[in-house]
Write a protein that binds this ligand. Structure first.
Ligand code: NAP
Length: 337
């Protein structure tokens, strides 16, 4: 295959970002068609690139001139779209979460295994971030000895949605740490506990902000994730791994240091889109390259999507019980090893 002909489902915020990316940046790809439940949104997103608009997801999935699909619809719609692609033997790149329930993720895992080859990649873009990749290479070199503790922070300047719940802070935020950390330290989660310090002044409505999740692993690591969605000052992602013989820390994004009026300062990133711009580009390029060369994706798998959903559920159970909760992951099938 010389060119990957792609269809995209869901032309909302990230859908439009990925349309731009697929049309302007990613090599070897031609975006053929898009669709959205809101047809006006699909038409507006397609127009600048002369892309066809399909009436609905079924029509897009069945189109003979579409080799693979990108799923950027609302989370509750992911499962049906991905299962539809798998049933047709078409690869699907699905934004996180893979499905809105762990049971839904498992149905995709089972369908993919039945299909007999990997077809699904989940949009956990942090795995394509240069800083995390550098950290992983250093950890795998063995130079620092074995990892013992990980300290993370996931901070947003503000969360304005009054209806944003404690559980959503897990499924929309901590889920990224859940995915990146088991990949980074190559371990399996066993238990989680979510605790709340004093509520931040800026948190509003039903928010319970900040939260601290502690995840323990099969090899005895202690992974601590601060999730603070109203920190006020930046979109700030921190990660430090403490090992037997040293530590490694996620680099901050580059920013020109300023010396002025007796102070030294550097700008901080304010949005997730800017912070992970390069990672999103690399992620979709790698997805296209893998399909064009090997016919199968090599990024985060449906199993990774399932692991994230099961672990997120355990975090939500702990929010409710106040206790440490078992994650209860089954053994990874050989298909995904
Ligand atoms: P959004 O702005 O609400 O866009 C989603 C669009 O999909 C909406 O226009 C929605 O239409 C449409 N849609 C829903 N069901 C559909 C279906 N069956 N067929 C076609 N279109 C359908 O949401 P978003 O912020 O772009 O987020 C989309 C997904 O990306 C979410 O799952 C989110 O978690 C994920 N995401 C991931 C990242 C990341 O860092 N990797 C960042 C942002 C978002 P209606 O509004 O009419 O339902």
């Amino acid at each position: 295959m010389k060119e990957l002909r792609v269809g995209l489902i869901g032309t909302g915020a990230i859908g439009r970002e990925h349309i731009k990316r697929l049309c302007e940046k990613v090599h070897g790809v031609r975006l053929v068609a898009v669709t959205d439940k809101f047809p006006e949104s699909a038409r507006a997103a397609a127009a600048p690139y002369g892309v066809r608009v399909e009436p609905d997801e079924q029509a897009l999935l069945s189109a003979a001139d579409i080799d693979a699909v990108v799923v950027t619809s609302s989370s509750a719609a992911h499962e049906a779209a991905v299962l539809g692609a798998v049933a047709r033997g078409k690869p699907a790149f699905c934004e996180k979460p893979l499905a809105d329930t762990a049971a839904g993720c498992l149905r995709i895992v089972e369908a993919e295994q039945k299909a007999g080859k990997r077809l699904v990649q989940v949009g956990f873009m942090r795995r394509y971030d240069k800083g995390y990749r550098e950290m992983k290479a250093i950890l795998e070199s063995g130079r620092l000895g074995a990892p013992l503790i990980v300290h993370c922070a996931h901070r947003l300047p503000a969360m304005d949605d009054e209806g944003f719940t404690a559980a959503m802070q897990v499924t929309d935020g901590i889920i990224h740490e859940i995915d990146i950390l088991h990949w980074l330290v190559d371990d399996v989660y066993t238990t989680v506990q979510v605790s709340y310090p004093r509520r931040a002044r800026a948190s509003r409505g039903v928010q319970a902000d900040p939260q601290v999740a502690v995840i323990r692993t099969a090899r005895g690591l202690y992974l601590e994730v601060e999730s603070f969605f109203n920190c006020g000052f930046a979109y700030d992602i921190q990660c430090e791994v403490v090992c037997d013989e040293g530590t490694v820390r996620l680099p901050d994004p580059p920013a020109a240091p300023v010396r002025h009026a007796g102070r030294r300062e550097a700008a901080l990133e304010m949005s997730w889109m800017g912070r992970f711009l390069d990672a999103y580009d690399t992620e979709l390029q790698d997805w296209a390259d893998a399909l064009l060369t090997d016919g199968v994706p090599r990024g985060p798998s449906a199993w990774d999507g399932y692991v994230a959903a099961v672990t997120a559920d355990a975090c939500i159970r702990s929010q409710q019980s106040g206790r440490e909760e078992p994650v209860g992951l089954p053994v990874q099938p050989a298909f995904y090893r």
